[in-house]
Design a protein. Structure first.
Length: 417
């Protein structure tokens, strides 16, 4: 029998899966460019390192868009916000697909990223509300799973399609699919207003937590280390390891599978021993990226290292995200957006520094060297968190990310502890 929240016990509402599909599309568009850099650079008349700015620009848009849109839409109708975000997302891809100017494509990527930030910030709240307090954490996992699955399926398929249709083909497909997603959002997301209890002042108070900023710093650095290398992995694979361009999507699948395994591993181990899990994974990530410098001349070893890069790096992600939400207390919306921004600060900075290293005397080994240094720096905020200590109870996150009326209903239920 359905619960009070309208959810059948043990099952998530269909709306959560629709939102996860939206995050899948947006995760795909953020990283698919990494597999299309040579095609993009050649068609738009720029260098490969310059084309890498398309990833940096998207990350910058997410940095600005996630917290800005989270606050701007705090009291706006959720369904309309989601539909508008997907519509802008669709339009941005159409503009990019039509254009022959690198500058216009770059601007379209920024606008698309702003829409992505709005969708993610609002979609997270909608998903946890629809799932109810007892399934909020699971709904969050499904949403994050959409992003992770993008690396396993969306990015390799987009890269593979780009080999035959040119880089514009994946952009056309993403525009069409986002338009379809907007229709599904309009059909399956309830037409309700954002709960009025949230306020800018309450959200801002959460930012006073020193441990919150340590968690955000770790999120930024680990993603910066991994993406510094991943952004320019295609020229590394083709020019240094000698892998044919048509086989690059298979290596990207290996990265996606590793990322999915890392997200799962972090989710399972992070609740019990968050600091041991993150410190071990961050150390392993730095080591893997360092080994990529001497061992990237062999197709087998470089493929294995790309897999391990995803596995170790993405183990940190769900743990530091959960810690940040825990430190936020009763004001999770801005913190959720800032976590997204933190990851994308890492993406923007890592890819930009790696691009400069690629053009330097370091050449193709520059990006993994930059990645190694950034990933190693992740140990600083993680060690500080370990020294300061973290809260022991994690299930409280589910109730704190639910709206106030849901928390009151939950408080009247028998304790599960």
């Amino acid at each position: 029998m359905p619960s009070a929240s309208g959810t059948t016990p043990g099952k998530l509402p269909f709306a959560v899966w629709v939102l996860a599909a939206g995050t899948f599309l947006m995760g795909t568009t953020e990283f698919v460019v990494a597999g299309l850099l040579p095609e993009l650079a050649g068609d738009l008349g720029v260098s490969v390192s310059h084309a890498g700015l398309l990833i940096t620009a998207f990350a910058v848009g997410m940095i600005i868009g996630a917290p800005t849109m989270a606050m701007a839409t705090l009291h706006l109708p959720q369904r309309q916000t989601l539909i508008l975000a997907l519509s802008v997302f669709c339009l941005g891809h159409l503009v990019a697909a039509f254009s022959t100017s690198f500058t216009i494509v770059l601007a379209a990527r920024v606008v698309t990223a702003l829409a992505t930030g709005a969708f993610w910030s609002v979609g997270f709240v909608v998903a946890t509300t629809a799932a109810g307090p007892h399934h909020a954490t699971r709904a969050t996992g499904v949403m994050i799973g959409g992003l992770t699955l993008a690396n396993v399926v969306g990015v390799p398929i987009g890269s593979f399609a780009g080999q035959f249709t040119g880089w514009r083909g994946p952009f056309w497909a993403l525009a069409a699919l986002s338009g379809l997603a907007a229709v599904f959002i309009g059909r399956f997301i309830p037409a309700q207003e954002q709960p009025a209890e949230g306020s800018l002042r309450a959200e801002a108070r959460a930012l006073r937590q020193g441990r919150l900023w340590l968690a955000l710093g770790a999120a930024m650095l680990i993603m910066g280390g991994v993406l510094a290398t991943y952004t320019y992995v295609t020229p590394l694979l083709t020019d240094r390891a000698g892998i044919p361009a048509g086989a690059v999507p298979l290596v990207l699948i290996a990265f996606g599978v590793g990322a999915l395994g890392g997200t799962t591993t972090g989710g399972r181990l992070g609740d019990r021993r968050p600091m041991v899990t993150t410190i071990t994974a961050a150390t392993a990530t730095a080591l893997v990226l360092l080994l990529m410098i001497p061992l990237s001349t062999n197709p087998v070893t470089v493929t294995a290292l790309v897999f391990l890069m995803g596995l170790t790096g993405f183990t940190v992600n769900p743990v530091v995200t959960a810690l940040a939400m825990r430190f936020a207390g009763d004001a999770p919306t801005l913190t959720s957006a800032l976590t997204t921004s933190a990851f994308n600060v890492g993406v923007a900075a890592g890819s930009a520094i790696a691009g400069a290293a690629l053009d330097s005397s370091l050449g193709l080994t520059g990006p993994p060297l930059v990645g190694t240094a950034i990933a190693a720096l992740t140990l600083l905020p993680l060690t500080a968190l370990a020294v300061r200590g973290t809260p022991r109870r994690t299930r409280i996150v589910a109730q704190r990310t639910a709206p106030a009326h849901a928390r009151r209903d939950s408080a009247q239920a028998p304790s599960q502890h």
